[in-house]
Design a protein around this ligand. Sequence first.
Ligand code: MF3
Ligand code: CO
Length: 292
Amino acid sequence: MLWKKIGRNEPCWCGSGRKYKTCHEAMDERVNLAAMQGAIIPTRKMIKTPEQIEKIKESCLINIAVLDAIEKEIHEGMNTAQIDKMVYDITTDMGGIPAPLNYEGFPYSVCTSVNDQVCHGFPSEKVILQSGDIINVDCSTIKNGYFSDSSRMFCIGDVDPEWKKLVQVTKECVELGLEQVKPWGYLGDMGQAVFDHAAENGYSVVRDIGGHGVGLEFHEDPFVSYCTKRGTDMLLVPGMMFTIEPMVNMGDPDVFVDEENDWEVYTDDGSPSAQWEIQVLVTETGHEVLCW
Ligand code: MF3
Ligand code: CO
């Protein structure tokens, strides 16, 4: 569906208070032209206003602070319930709410996914970090109703060089994907960059779970896949905001969900999996990373 135009002298739909003709009119025309040429275009709802972006950035600051604190503290012998407690305490001390807590029944403040756990791992006193483990800590914050979402990997003690490489290459996948994020490009430019770098290193990318729009809600459209091709998928427009969070497996891409809790995701073949997640804004000139 095309973006509905409004009178040139009317106040812009974005809420800037400026006249449409000096605000979003040119952008709307460009989006509609792309749509008429066959592109998948975002909805206007996906375009964040400057005011919303400022609010979301406050949320992101908490997310970054929490992950920075975990990065300092995480160590061999620690259990992942301690990480959960740290996330809860720091987030709430800073005036935020951990977004995962009670999200669709998720019972913790953070996801901690170790080794062959792909994502949505439950923090637990029974999961004690051992030398050689790789762990993803996935944090999300609500501040004044605005959402942030990012995750990092940590290598505990003495990690097998092959596993370290998986962690490193997965980070590079995110960086290479990010380089492709610019207005009037395509989400598939990012997706293919991620996919190709994983594949070149002999790894696979999880297909069923991906990134997402974020900001006004925890998970918004679009779904962000890494199995897309350059020049395809959604047109990137200034004001769009989404996560890049590929899950990269050393072995096969297939995963399964733990039937006992319907949350924790593991690789089918038991091979290790890594993930990094950033929250990115499409700007007029390129992109801005809001949290990592
Ligand atoms: N932070 C996860 C993501 O990247 C969200 C997981 S849903 C939760 O999208 F409930 F497990 F937190
Ligand atoms: Co996410």
